[in-house]
Design a protein around this ligand. Structure first.
Ligand SMILES: O=C(O)CCC(=O)C(=O)O
Ligand SMILES: [Fe+2]
Length: 306
């Protein structure tokens, strides 16, 4: 099937497609020089012996482990908050607050300013299990968050493509049972599988081109395939934004924000909180090493197949 990609000036078509299918691809949205600045900064940190980050796929503080081909095995949670790695975090942030992004967000959720609540960086596919983002994070009231998947290179179809299940945003939504922990995550994965079987949804996967951005709804079921050929990386960013007149779902206290170069986007968490959380990755890395502690949950599909 050919991919239905829309140019940024087709605003009505972008909104209609998103509302109908629960996702939309806007082609060539992200500036290639911003991508290059990020990839240059990444090449430096991935070889650094002192780089510790929180791995999004295994939910553990981790050091870079590279494949034979030189790609990092784990995805990075909140790369834009790694303030101890300034060049890298700043270049991630510049991609995620690009003015073209707010142009599309405005069309999709009819607000003029946004808060970015989470972001991720992938070098290769970690084979993300099927899920709805709403279980982990959303706006309050729910359903107004918009997620974005940024292609940082031309993605090969064997690279472990990102996929969505079109129309699944109109079906049932699975809630997290406890606001404060993810203890029912295994049940959630099973419930999502049941929804997929009941709804008989199609899987639509995306070998996107560098600079393309895919936006999706917090109720849309999505995930990523495992890599099928180790020669192919799948360099990508993702971020989740909610309209700034709303609150984040499950927020225990009034959240702090930091400003960005785009006056219409702030990011959850102050500069000081970023430094503290970055330093805590080192503390937890050492503590986990000593105590042999495991993760609270895991996002890799391989962890759920028997
Ligand atoms: O790119 C992936 O593998 C998954 C990303 C994702 O699920 C997200 O950002 O919400
Ligand atoms: Fe997701």
């Amino acid at each position: 099937m050919s991919l239905n990609k829309l140019p940024i000036n087709e605003k009505n078509a972008i909104k209609e497609y998103y509302d109908s299918y629960g996702y939309v691809i806007v082609e060539n949205l992200l500036n290639h020089s911003r991508i290059q600045a990020l990839l240059d900064a990444y090449e430096i940190i991935k070889h650094s012996k002192s780089f510790v980050f929180f791995s999004q796929d295994t939910h553990l503080p981790t050091k870079p482990k590279l494949t034979q081909e030189g790609f990092m095995e784990n995805s990075i949670l909140n790369p834009a908050s790694l303030k101890l790695w300034k060049q890298f975090s700043q270049s991630v942030e510049e991609c995620l607050v690009d003015e073209n992004i707010t142009e599309v967000l405005k069309v999709l959720s009819e607000s003029s300013s946004y808060v970015m609540m989470q972001n991720m960086f992938f070098d290769k596919s970690t084979g993300t299990v099927e899920h709805q983002d709403h279980y982990y994070l959303d706006s309050e009231p729910p359903g107004k968050m918009v997620a974005a998947w940024y292609s940082l290179e031309d993605i090969h179809e064997d690279a472990g493509c990102f996929f969505v299940l079109p129309g699944s945003h109109k079906g049932r939504v699975i809630e997290r049972k406890s606001a404060s922990n993810f203890s029912d995550h295994d049940t959630f994965v099973k419930q999502i599988n049941n929804l997929i079987n009941e709804g008989n949804y199609e899987y639509r996967s995306f070998p996107l081109k560098k600079g393309d951005v895919l936006f999706w709804h917090p109720y849309t079921i999505h995930g990523a395939y495992n890599n099928r050929d180790p020669r192919f990386s799948r360099k990508s960013l993702t971020a989740h934004y909610y309209p700034s007149d709303l609150a984040p779902l499950y927020a225990g206290k009034v959240p702090t924000h930091r400003k960005t170069s785009n006056s219409n986007i702030t990011i959850l968490g102050s500069q000081k909180e970023c430094y503290i959380s970055n330093a805590m990755h080192y503390v937890r890395y050492v503590a986990n090493y000593i105590r042999g502690r495991g993760p609270d949950y895991d996002m890799r599909r391989n962890s759920y197949t028997t």
